[in-house]
Design a protein around this ligand. Structure first.
Ligand SMILES: C[S@@+](CC[C@H](N)C(=O)[O-])C[C@H]1O[C@@H](n2cnc3c(N)ncnc32)[C@H](O)[C@@H]1O
Length: 392
C-alpha cells in the first residue's frame, strides 16, 4: 500500500493526530515489524517520505492556505484537496523524495509569528524543520557501558559519540542507529540506559549539584530529566518529582524501579500550590528546583512535522502564563542560596528570554547566573536559564 493511503487515513480523523504516532499505527497495520518500534529507526525512508509530503502540503493547498486559521480548517481543506494530493503523488513518485526539496511547511500566520518573535536569524528556522532528528541515549551509570555496547553491537546498532561533546559525564550522550526497536533491547528493559535527547541531557547538567541535596522537579513527566538528575546525585539526597499527570508519573515509577533509583519521590499535584512534603523537606525548602516547563516544543518540531499546524499564537500566550506560575511556585519552594533551573525546548522569546526578564523583575532576591540556547547536533533546540536565590 502506498503512502497516500496513510494520508487518507490520517485526514479522516476528527482532529489532527500526531503524525509520528499515526504513522507508527498505520505501519503496524500494514504488517510492519513491531508495535513499539521508533518509526524513525525502523522505517526511515518511509518516514522521510511522510515528512516530505507534509513539507510540500503548502504547495498542494496553496490557493486556500490563507483560509487556514485552526487545525480543523487544515483538515477540511486537506480532505477537499485529496484528489490534488493523489495526482501530485502520481507525478512525484515517492522514491524521488527527500533530497532536493527546499520547501518547508510554513502556514503564513505562523511564519509571521516567527518573523516577529524569534530572536534567531529567520532562515535558520525553516531549515531546522527539515533536519532529521537523531536518537540519543544516556546510560544509568558508567558501569553499564560494556554490557550495553555488547548488546547494541550484537543487534547491529551503531553507537557513536555525537559532535558537540559539552563535557558530558562518562556514559552520557551516545547516538544510536539501527533497524529495530531500541526500546525492546534487553539492556534497555533492564534499566541500564534511557532514550534522552542530547539537548535534554545537556540542559540538566546546568544545575549545580552536591551529594545529599534535596531537589524539586516540578514538571517531572515520565522522568527523562529526573532520572538524569538521580544519576548525577547518586545514592545520597532526594528528588521530589511532581507532575499534574499521574499517568506520566506511573511511567516514571517503572523507569526508577528498572534503573534501581531509590532517591526519587513521585507525587501528582494540581499545578497550583506545591503541597506540604513533610519532615523530609523542612518548610518545603529545597536546595535546587527544576522547572522543565510545558512549552510549544517548537525547538523539537523537526521530530513532529505537523506540529506547526496545531500551534497558534494564543497557545504560546497560554503556555507562557503557566510557565510564569510554575517559575514563581518553584521559587517559593527554594532555599536562600539555592538554584532554580528553568528549561524549555522552544524557539520563542515569550517562553524564554522574555519569561526570564519578567521573572527577574518580579523576584528582587534573584540573580541570573546563565542563560543559554543548547543546539543539538542534527537539530533540536533547548533553552536554559539558571537563577540563584541570594542570601542577603
Ligand atoms: C516538558 S514536559 C516535562 C518532561 C520531563 N521533565 C522529561 O524530561 O521527560 C512538561 C510537563 O509539565 C506537565 N504540565 C503540563 N501542564 C502543567 C501545569 N499547568 N502545571 C504543572 N505541570 C504541567 C506535563 O504533564 C509535562 O509532563
Amino acid at each position: 500500500m502506498s503512502i497516500i493511503s496513510f494520508f487518507q487515513i490520517w485526514l479522516q480523523g476528527d482532529s489532527l493526530k500526531p503524525l509520528d504516532r499515526s504513522f507508527a499505527q498505520w505501519f503496524r497495520f500494514q504488517g510492519g515489524p513491531t508495535t513499539k518500534s521508533h518509526p524513525l529507526l525502523k522505517q526511515k525512508e518511509a518516514w522521510n517520505q511522510v515528512r516530505w509530503v507534509i513539507r510540500n502540503v503548502e504547495g498542494w493547498i496553496k490557493k486556500d492556505i490563507e483560509k487556514i486559521h485552526c487545525p480543523a480548517d487544515f483538515l477540511r481543506l486537506a480532505r477537499k484537496n485529496l484528489a490534488t494530493l493523489e495526482s501530485w503523488f502520481a507525478q512525484n513518485p515517492v522514491q524521488n523524495s527527500g533530497a532536493g526539496t527546499q520547501k518547508y511547511f510554513s502556514p503564513p500566520w505562523l511564519y509571521k509569528f516567527f518573523q516577529n518573535r524569534l530572536n534567531h536569524p529567520l532562515p535558520a528556522f525553516p531549515q531546522f524543520l527539515t533536519f532529521e532528528p537523531g536518537l540519543f541515549i544516556r546510560l544509568n551509570g558508567p558501569q553499564h557501558l560494556e554490557s550495553v555496547t555488547v548488546e547494541l553491537a550484537e543487534q547491529k546498532f551503531t553507537l557513536t559519540k555525537p559532535a558537540g561533546h559539552f563535557g558530558f559525564p562518562q556514559g552520557w550522550c551516545w547516538e544510536i542507529q539501527g533497524h529495530r526497536s531500541a526500546y525492546l533491547l534487553e539492556t534497555h528493559q533492564q534499566g541500564r540506559w534511557e532514550i534522552q535527547d542530547w539537548g535534554s541531557q545537556a540542559a540538566i547538567l546546568k544545575l549545580p549539584l552536591r551529594s545529599g541535596q534535596k531537589l524539586l522537579d516540578l514538571c517531572a513527566g515520565e522522568g527523562g530529566k529526573t532520572l538524569a538528575l538521580a544519576e548525577r546525585l547518586g545514592t545520597k539526597g532526594v528528588i521530589w518529582a511532581l507532575d499534574i499527570h499521574a499517568n506520566k508519573l506511573e511511567v516514571l515509577k517503572k523507569r526508577c524501579g528498572r534503573a534501581g533509583f531509590f532517591t526519587i519521590r513521585p507525587l501528582a499535584w494540581d499545578g497550583d500550590r506545591v503541597p506540604s512534603l513533610g519532615k523530609e523537606v523542612p518548610k518545603n525548602l529545597f536546595d535546587g528546583v527544576v522547572v522543565d516547563a510545558p512549552c510549544s516544543a517548537s525547538g523539537t518540531w523537526n521530530k513532529d512535522p505537523e506540529a506547526p499546524l496545531r500551534t497558534f499564537p494564543s497557545d504560546v500566550e497560554e503556555l507562557a502564563n503557566i510557565q510564569k506560575h510554575l517559575l514563581d511556585e518553584g521559587w517559593r519552594n527554594l532555599k536562600a542560596g539555592g538554584h532554580l533551573l528553568y528549561i524549555t525546548c522552544s524557539w520563542m522569546i515569550e517562553e524564554n528570554e522574555l519569561q526570564t526578564e519578567a521573572f527577574l523583575g518580579r523576584q528582587p532576591q534573584c540573580a541570573l547566573i546563565s542563560q543559554e540556547y543548547l543546539t543539538q547536533p542534527g537539530g533540536g533546540l533547548y533553552y536554559t536559564a539558571l537563577f540563584l536565590k541570594k542570601t542577603d
